[in-house]
Write a protein that binds this ligand. Sequence first.
Ligand SMILES: [Zn+2]
Length: 239
Amino acid sequence: MIPLLRKKVAMRAGRGENGPDGCPARKTRLLHQCYAKLLEGWNALTADVKVLQWADGLWRRSWIVLAGLLSDQPEADTFCCDGSQSCKVCTCPKSRLHEPVEFPLKSAERVRRQVYRAADGMMMIHGQAKAAKLFERDRRSDVKWKPTRHCTKAGYERARKALRGTHLMENAFWGKTGFDVQLQVMSSTKLLTSYLCISVHICIYIYIYVILLHICAYLCISVYIYVVSVYISPYMCIS
Ligand SMILES: [Zn+2]
């Protein structure tokens, strides 16, 4: 995780608090531009099994997968390009987070389609007379979308509200093989409350990690990249 830009300093320097170039949008975009570079060509690079030497000295045929993101609440917001105080996993509205209710799960692919529709002016937004294109999207995930003349501060925030707080930008984790940023981002605060059974908000989490690893890594903010042995067998040793 890169250090977040200091909001007060940025605001003193004249950067706004909202809009497409406001502090929250800019720091989120910067993080995703960095991850987009880091994960460039990820799907092609990890498509095949690799022969890797493991810590025990054996060489194994291994499969590399992006397993999950562990973070505190602000980082979880940033990973999902989201606003604060929203559940990243399900569609529960902020006003009902304190209730023991179940809502449909979010999906990175669905969020992506909605963001693209809003950016392309294909979505009717409450408070807006007619749909207008807000951004010229770039096909490269590390390049900032170019705002159109319709992308005013108010117009951008209206579109964000229609998207339940999601920023209009490319999320670096969209489209990565076997990875759904909405379901596999995990707030450590949420984990703690789950363990202590003091949270009443219920989500059906799809965890592909080992729980104990989470407890050990509770204070870490990290991207998990797992290397999974395809065949755990001494016969696969080639050294
Ligand atoms: Zn939820």
